[in-house]
Design a binder for this molecule. Structure first.
Ligand code: GLA
Length: 383
């Protein structure tokens, strides 16, 4: 891959210098919609993601060529850039630059960038965080800004929240940049402290299955869910002396129910129970008890379906088919509304599982899902 992008970079920008980097996508094992509620998440890095090559310039011009999005050079000036609805994919990049400037970084040189992504777009595996962290990491490295990985993750979140307008949490950027091979990242989004737990399965295979129903989060109900959680927090904060919904526990739910509108209560119920499931699944993983881990995955999906209401037909049919086809646990992953599920399947049953799931899913939906057998991979790095 490195040879390929070096070749393309040379062909497009007609220069022989440049440094190559890779930034993965991520899959969340469990802990959905806890990240903007001060809770835990449990993601890991993936083998596919975004490759990039960068070389500095002597002026303030930025040239970006993306194999995926544009297939032509997109140019802007560091002294006067703004959002561009004709090249919205570049907003993620401009958002990172603005986020760095907000941190006090001063850009003195422009750059040429070549991008090549090999992950399914709109699949909920964080192609946007993969791109943001690639750009942040490359610029930090090439321009010698000396920002820590966590600061880069926050800059990526700034790009998403302020520049692109999605009220997303910190999970995606944090996991993309901090991911470690054969480990899953147990992140406390309240303190940004984290543990890397060994995640190298021997008896089971982790499989991501794409519904092939894509979704764009900015048009989805993501921000609506965010607002519902904040509405609940406004009511509960003074009564329970909490700063985040995840400071509550499931025993308190009974009393909380009468304080909130029914739909808002359901969101709280999901968030609080999901937080407990993350802790329980981390414990199960440490004890190598994958059957319990899988049970919490199943419960997580039910909660996202019935209480948080972010699944939809394609995800539910795929989870259901997966379970019937032999997965010991399956759940939607990421923001939902389409995208992917993640399943745990016995290593000796993988082929049978994929055949059966595909047949059942296709019969109901009329099109096939796509399977990816994955393992936990390294975060953003130079190649
Ligand atoms: C998206 C967001 C994350 C997180 C998940 C749901 O991936 O970008 O911050 O909220 O949805 O868990």
């Amino acid at each position: 891959m490195k040879k390929f992008i070096e070749h393309k970079f040379k062909e497009i920008f007609d220069r022989n210098d440049g440094a190559a980097y890779f930034s993965p996508g991520r899959v969340n094992l469990i802990g959905e919609y806890t990240d903007f509620n001060g809770g835990y998440v449990f993601p890991c890095g993936l083998e596919f993601g975004t490759y990039g090559m960068i070389a500095l310039r002597d002026d303030m011009i930025v040239n970006v060529y993306s194999e995926h999005f544009s297939k032509e050079i997109y140019t802007f000036n560091l002294l006067s850039y703004r959002k561009d609805k004709n090249a919205s994919w570049c907003d993620y990049i401009k958002g990172v630059i603005e986020g760095m400037e907000e941190k006090g970084v001063v850009f003195t040189r422009g750059f040429d960038i070549y991008l090549f992504g090999n992950m399914p777009a709109g699949a909920g595996l964080s192609s946007s965080a993969s791109l943001e962290m690639l750009i942040a990491y490359m610029l930090n490295d090439q321009l010698g800004f000396k920002l820590e990985k966590t600061e880069l993750a926050l800059i990526g979140q700034y790009s998403e929240n302020v520049y692109v307008g999605l009220k997303s949490g910190i999970m995606d950027q944090f996991s993309v940049i901090h991911a470690k091979k054969d480990h899953a990242l147990l992140l406390d989004t309240k303190t940004l402290k984290f543990d890397q737990l060994p995640f190298k399965l021997t008896e089971y295979q982790l499989i991501i299955v794409n519904t092939n129903k894509s979704r764009g989060l900015t048009e989805s109900k993501y921000n609506e869910r965010f607002n519902e959680c904040m509405t609940a927090l406004d009511v509960l904060k003074p009564l329970y002396q909490i700063n985040h919904l995840c400071d509550l526990n499931t025993k308190e739910l009974k009393n909380i129910e009468k304080l909130l509108a029914p739909n808002v209560f359901k969101r709280v119920k999901h968030v609080v129970s999901e937080q407990e499931r993350v802790m329980l699944s981390a414990k199960a993983l440490k004890e190598n008890d994958m059957k319990s881990f899988a049970k919490y995955m199943d419960q997580s999906h039910e909660s996202l379906k019935n209480d948080f209401e972010v699944t939809g037909k394609a995800l539910d049919v795929l989870v259901d088919s997966s379970r019937k086809a032999g997965a010991i646990g399956a759940r939607m992953t990421g923001a939902g509304f389409g995208g992917c599920i993640v399943a745990l399947v016995g290593k000796d049953q993988v082929n049978q599982y994929m055949d059966k799931t595909e047949a059942m899913y296709e019969e109901v939906m009329g099109y096939k899902p796509t399977f990816y057998q994955v393992s936990a991979e390294e975060g953003t790095h130079r190649i």
